[in-house]
Design a protein around this ligand. Structure first.
Ligand SMILES: Cc1cc2nc3c(=O)[nH]c(=O)nc-3n(C[C@H](O)[C@H](O)[C@H](O)COP(=O)(O)OP(=O)(O)OC[C@H]3O[C@@H](n4cnc5c(N)ncnc54)[C@H](O)[C@@H]3O)c2cc1C
Length: 397
């Protein structure tokens, strides 16, 4: 993007670069540039490194451990982290439940949960979707019945990302079955070690275990773990989803992917030519780059509006659609650039690597990244639903 950064912002960028140079383990950056997996331990190690520097939660208010950065600084930080090949921070605790606790939680909930999110002692998962309640989330059926100072929870969640690692789940439950759909829902924080919880893996098209089914059988949750008021959980749920969608847009991630695509396309082939010399392929890269630049401008405009006290609305939906479409377009072009070398998709290579087949070791990750990007237009609310939201919020008379 063509933006005039101030002298202070340029100094800030240098600070971030220096920090990443000194503290980002080369092994992590290499694994990421080669499209290999990182373990939970790798991710925790990196998040703790950021936390020690006070840089783990740029989106939080300073009083809770935020950085106090401007939106431009946050943008610069994201860009530099992705460009250096730093691991993405896991968002369920930091970017999803924390903003809800900060806005709607009690003082005790803030004191109990926020420090442990920062220290990475608690790993969170999101219990929204159910069989039959995905796009139509407000028809969820997981039931919580109050018994004295506890809720007793019964039901099932599905597609729960990283539930097999999670210490806690933030969860939508039905507390009033008589009320109109969205009114009878509450937002509960649930300790995953509570008796009665079963986590069962779902293996996705790319062969990965990332998502799960979670079953609740008479799970007792203290009333102290209710966020906001009983039956008002939909307000928390919506607040969280707009934040989730804005971050799924992933501008910095897409920029790093685009650079990888250009790098692969610029490599010299056996005949001495590069794919980037092909005007048709170059035009496809240019097209996706233009889309990305436009999305980046919109993203900065949204961040500026949030800074001035606004809440992202239809913009989150727009950014989610564009961001995920761009990611899918780039991963498709990477697969095309790598050509037949993308085909031997061997799971173990994502952990251990192999002799480079072509250009960089990245060729073996191309198919995985392509498949992985397909799901981005489904989670966080499918893109078709985002179009409905845009139609309602902007086009409805
Ligand atoms: C990889 C992955 C990770 C996920 N992680 C989590 C998680 O951690 N926690 C969690 O709670 N959920 C998670 N989800 C669930 C995700 O939010 C839902 O899959 C999503 O909301 C869609 O719901 P569904 O799968 O029930 O599809 P459905 O709602 O059945 O939709 C099926 C299709 O119909 C379309 N459709 C449905 N209704 C309409 C309509 N009114 N207008 C136009 N088109 C429509 C949809 O766009 C979609 O293409 C995850 C999903 C995936 C794929």
């Amino acid at each position: 993007m063509d933006i005039d950064f101030t002298a202070d912002e340029r100094v800030f960028r240098e600070d971030v670069r220096a920090f990443l140079r000194d503290h980002l383990p080369t092994e992590f950056a290499e694994r990421i540039s080669q499209g290999k997996r990182l373990s939970k331990e790798h991710q925790v190690q990196w998040m703790r490194t950021l936390n020690r520097r006070g840089w783990l939660a740029p989106g939080w208010p300073v009083e809770f451990g935020g950085t106090g950065w401007s939106d431009v600084q946050k943008h610069i930080f994201d860009e530099e982290c992705f460009a250096a090949g730093a691991p993405k921070v896991v968002s369920f605790g930091l970017k999803m439940v924390a903003p809800v606790i900060i806005k709607f939680g009690t003082a005790q909930q803030k004191a109990r949960f926020l420090p442990r999110i920062l220290s990475c002692d608690d790993w969170w998962c999101q219990g929204y979707s159910e069989p039959g309640a995905g796009s139509d989330l407000s028809s969820l059926k997981t039931r919580a019945v109050r018994e004295d100072d506890h809720y007793v929870v019964n039901g099932q969640k599905t597609w729960t990302t990283l539930a097999h690692y999670a210490d806690w789940m933030f969860c939508l439950v039905r507390t009033d079955p008589e009320a109109r759909q969205q009114r009878g829902i509450s937002f509960l924080l649930l300790d995953m070690k509570t008796p009665g919880i079963t986590v069962r893996p779902i293996i996705t098209l790319d062969g990965e275990h990332e998502v799960n089914e979670v079953f609740f059988d008479n799970v007792r949750v203290p009333v102290a773990n209710l966020v906001g008021e009983e039956n008002q959980g939909w307000t928390c749920a919506k607040y969280l989803l707009t934040h989730e969608r804005t971050s799924i847009g992933g501008i910095a991630h897409n920029k790093a992917l685009l650079n990888r695509l250009k790098h692969i396309a610029s490599e010299e082939r056996r005949d001495g030519r590069s794919l980037i010399d092909d005007p048709l392929f170059r035009a496809q890269i240019a097209e996706v780059e233009m889309q990305l630049m436009a999305a980046e401008m919109s993203s900065l405009r949204t961040l500026a509006a949030v800074r001035d006290g606004g809440v992202p609305g239809a913009e989150s939906s727009f950014l989610k659609i564009k961001g995920t479409e761009i990611r899918q377009a780039i991963t498709w072009l990477i697969s095309k650039a790598v050509g037949p070398y993308a085909m031997p998709f061997i799971q173990d290579e994502l952990d251990y690597g192999s002799e480079p087949l072509l250009y960089t070791d990245y060729s073996s990750a191309a198919t995985y990244q392509y498949l992985d990007a397909r799901k981005a237009s489904i989670y966080g609310g499918a893109n078709e639903i985002q179009k409905n939201i845009i139609a309602k919020m902007i086009l409805e008379l």
